[in-house]
Ligand binder design. Sequence first.
Ligand code: UDP
Length: 318
Amino acid sequence: MRILVTGGAGFIGSHLTDRLMSEGHNVVVMDNLITGNYQNIARHKDNPRFEFIHHNVSNHIHIVGDLDWVIHFASPASPVDYLELPIETLKVNSLGTHNTLGLALSKKAKFFLASTSEVYGDPEVHPQPETYWGNVNPIGPRGVYDESKRFAEAITMAYHHKHKLDNRIIRIFNCYGPRLRLADGRVVSNFIGQALNNKPLTIYGDGSQTRSFQFVSDLVEGIRRLMDCEYHEPVNLGNPQEKTVLELATLIKELTNSSSEIVLKPLPTDDPKRRLPDTTLAKRLIGWDPKKDLVDGLKETIEWYRAELSTSTAQAVG
Ligand code: UDP
């Protein structure tokens, strides 16, 4: 197949690109690299089945040749990023989704949307099933991400109903693993970076808020299976093991053997108190269950950060 992956130089997009390349597909990565990193996909640059297009999908998209899939993963996704890039975030999930949908229709391609657990906002139902409509503050700082992803889901379903588009939508819950940028601002990258540098681990609030963390290979497996399953409404992909942020900090401190202390910082506005996916639907549709244990996934991620940090130190010294 020939597959376009928007945001393919990002954390999740690049892992998906690796998977599709390893299956022998032709992959076109489109990314404007504002939060993505070309190094994530550089390994494929000499492969004739691979193509990179430096482009912002919020502007009109032109692709020469056929496409079997348009996979739309482009968007700032870390709270730190979308607070810094609010307009870009709104645009990529609205205009960018409109453009990629139009492209999919014109190429008679299938369409795959990366949505997010943020569509549930600060949920009042636990765990969150796909049928829950959410509790979102539209004008709060996170609204730029939450609302634009909700719009992206709405316009994708409108194309499905109006144009018979063959689409998939996933709601991605907190994901971590190698290639999550050190400066990404998310909790796993912050804590590991801080622990490895023996700097204080910054807990926002009192650390009693919860998240559930899925390793990136589990997510990619879910995406890949869903591509082969004709189901058009949103599907949660996340790990149903709930952890408090304080538990995560303690675990990372232990796994890194770090002498860092833990410090409390103010809780950001509208920070969800609990987040936990109901994955019954994914289990039923595609037999999917996250496999990677949190300790194993964190160990692998920590090793990757260690290697990254030693390369950057070596480069700085050199
Ligand atoms: N968090 C934290 N310290 C950090 C970064 C994040 O305590 O250095 C908290 C954050 O307030 C939230 C949770 O960790 O409650 C997960 O934050 P993240 O930015 O990773 O993603 P979110 O799930 O909020 O989108």
